[in-house]
Design a protein. Sequence first.
Length: 459
Amino acid sequence: MNPKIPLKTPLPLYKSAPTVEPIQNARQIYIETYGCQMNVSDSELMAGILTRSGHEVVSQLEDANVILLNTCAIRENAETKVINRLKHLSYLKRKQPDLIVGVCGCMAQHLRKKLIEAAPYVDLVMGPDAYRNLPMAINAVTSADPFLGLKLDKDEDYADIAPIRKDGVRAWLTIQRGCDKMCTFCIVPFVRGRERSIPLSVLVDDVKRLVDEGFKEVVLLGQTVNSYHGEKHDFGELLFAVSEVQGIKRVRFTSPHPSDATDSMIEAMATCDKVCKQIHLPLQSGSTKVLKAMRRTYTAEEYRELVWKMRDRIPNLIVSTDVIVGFCGETEADFMETYNLMAEVRYDSAFMFKYSSREGTLAYKSLEDDVSEVEKIQRLQAIIELQGRISYEINQELIGDTVEVLVEGESRKDVAKYQGKTDGFKTAVFPKADSEIGQFVCVKVNKATSHTLIGEIVA
Ligand code: SAH
Ligand code: F3S
């Protein structure tokens, strides 16, 4: 992500009165983002913090004298990617000795000092709760020891800071930080700390500001977004409150936890027109035994019942999921339960992963990573193939239908076409005709792949 400046309309960079002394030595900073949407949102927050202190956030790496990598630790390959990137940046640093390289985010928090051993040329290592100190840390960098900002702070919610977002039609709004769930496979609670919610009144003001900036759609973000409890309001209430903001056209959220899918959430989804009829509901496994070992706090049967309950209440609900194969102790029979549940639910789409053991997690400490790499790959391929077929069949059924699409930008493959998302978060591609970015258009679907609807604008 390249936080792009300037904004469409100049924004006050402070939600409250500035308390920061302008810095003497302004730097040009390039932020490179890895991982999930939460990291994209955090990079926007970092851009807000750095800009308000007088630094400049640039969109081209060549223009920078500070490079910050905002990293992910969720699976091993996410960390390997960053280590490789750092090796490349070490060459740059040799050519440009005053270049500052910082590692921020989940991998910084996860590896801590080990990161310095792997990449001794790194100047800053800053975890997700230390971003307020970034301007100071950049100025404090010396050629001696790297600056470490690794304290987790259960009270840090950055609620007073205005992020700087790229222009666009969809804004990602963090409503909650951290996670209290402690799934045994997951590093997030260890690198992002305890769950904390941003007050509802702050979020409603944020959405008003997003409308003023020209955004049409807001995606509420949290690790277990529906366990939100800001100012004693629950997630259903937040959905209602945000939907009432004039000018916001669509509201969606990611990712909810099945155990926190309350009736209040389901009612808000069913009755608020602006709340998209779409849910990303991580399953992880279709075997109750494996779910228990994962500490997911629901059984396969409870998950299944939740999906059907939601489908009954919200007709044409679009459902997607996350699945992990090859978790500790997963037998072929357990895996088949996942396969069969996916075949039964028929998700619109799914993110599918091989289990990757993460140092520091409960599974790493107490369970054996005993499914062979070959079996993990075979199981992953089997569900990818299944899901590809299901997504294709579901999308084929949309041929001939007209769907409402929010125009987002040019299609990556064809400059004569625009692309955008449906209410269900499916990508649609269509000739531009007279449409404009930010407009809602009706697209008749003529063709479909497992990922994309291809059509044309109709009156
Ligand atoms: N609560 C967050 C989870 C973030 S991690 C959310 O729902 O978005 C995103 C996904 O990565 C998880 O749902 C899980 O499917 C996968 N994942 C997490 N830890 C993993 C691990 N150790 N190995 C493989 N996949 C993992
Ligand atoms: Fe991770 Fe489970 Fe929380 S997947 S982010 S510990 S809900």
